[in-house]
Design a protein around this ligand. Structure first.
Ligand SMILES: [Zn+2]
Length: 317
């Protein structure tokens, strides 16, 4: 009986994961690397519908996290970054048809200065009848290049213009390019009344997820949505690296994990997946790898779908 209970408990733990996806452009084939066609979007929405996924608002997931409640199985939330006009012109209609809520993250400078490809404030206000809206910075710069003062100034500027034009106080923030580090996260968390901050790391949401570090899975082009829904966040605490190494050479990876693991899989951008040993809950690797990419993902987990991300980005200075 006891074992049955433990078995059921572990099964519910494994499956109690929500997924948050992020889209950019819709039916805009000028930009293949950011586009989702209407055919593809409809295919994904049909998949959710036919497989009993419940598409909920981001707020609903945040409520669960704040109340430390278990996130129901099969919850999905949909987000859209940048507020491109193609969402308003092409994507929104499909969201309305399926009655699926969304969170739209506004690149404030682009809307304010009426850059051609972006929604106007009127369109954002119209869209907000069907979904939630949040901030995606003022300048859409890489935040890790800002000083603390510059980051606060950029965010305050975005915040004020957003409130003036929508009458809504933004409660959520999504990092431009999904790029951040601990300093960026702490500055936004401590200086603004955001309820939640979202990144763009592949993973899932469960009751242990940090509400200021919410993973989102990017959906671009044709995807196998069933595969994307298999991703789960692996519980790990990263000790090293914290920042992109100044000389570009990655020398140490140190991660604390559940001591029950004796071996895990590790991936570093530009390298192959490899097996690494865990000793008493610690992975401690001495390396000498020159990082060719300004954005390097380091993943660790028991399998390629159950992962913890550490993404380090090169800074300008
Ligand atoms: Zn963006």
């Amino acid at each position: 009986m006891k074992y049955l209970f433990l078995l059921l408990l572990s099964i519910s733990y494994i499956f109690a994961n929500a997924h948050i996806f992020v889209y950019h452009r819709f039916a805009d084939d000028r930009y293949q690397s950011a586009n989702t066609t209407i055919k593809e979007l409809t295919k994904q929405f049909e998949y959710f519908k036919q497989n009993n996924y419940e598409v909920v608002s981001l707020s609903k997931i945040l409520d669960k996290l704040e109340n430390k409640e278990t996130i129901p199985d099969k919850w999905v939330a949909l987000t859209i970054d940048d507020a491109y006009k193609s969402f308003y012109d092409n994507g929104l209609e499909i969201f309305k048809q399926y009655n699926y809520p969304f969170s739209l993250f506004v690149y404030v400078e682009a809307t304010e200065k009426k850059y051609g490809d972006f929604m106007t404030w009127e369109e954002i206000n119209e869209a907000s009848k069907y979904g939630e809206i949040g901030l995606h910075s003022y300048s859409h710069d890489r935040l890790q290049n800002f000083s603390k003062q510059e980051l606060i100034a950029d965010t305050q500027h975005a915040y004020d213009i957003f409130v003036k034009n929508t009458n809504i106080k933004p409660l959520t923030y999504a990092y431009p390019y999904g790029e951040y580090n601990e300093d960026v996260k702490e500055t936004l968390k401590n200086n603004f009344p955001f309820r939640s901050i979202l990144n763009q790391n592949t993973g899932s949401i469960n009751s242990k997820t940090d509400i200021y570090d919410i993973p989102r899975i990017a959906l671009v082009g044709e995807v196998n949505i069933n595969h994307k829904l298999r991703y789960k966040t692996f519980d790990a605490k990263w000790i090293e690296p914290n920042f992109f190494p100044k000389d570009g050479i990655l020398r140490n990876i140190k991660v604390s994990v559940d001591p029950k693991y004796k071996s895990l899989k590790l991936y570093i951008t530009g390298e192959k997946w490899q097996d690494v040993k865990v000793k008493d809950g610690i992975i401690d690797l001495d390396l000498d790898i020159y990082l060719k990419n300004a954005r390097t993902r380091i993943l660790i987990g028991p399998d390629v779908f159950t992962i913890s991300n550490n993404i380090i980005n090169k800074t300008k200075n």
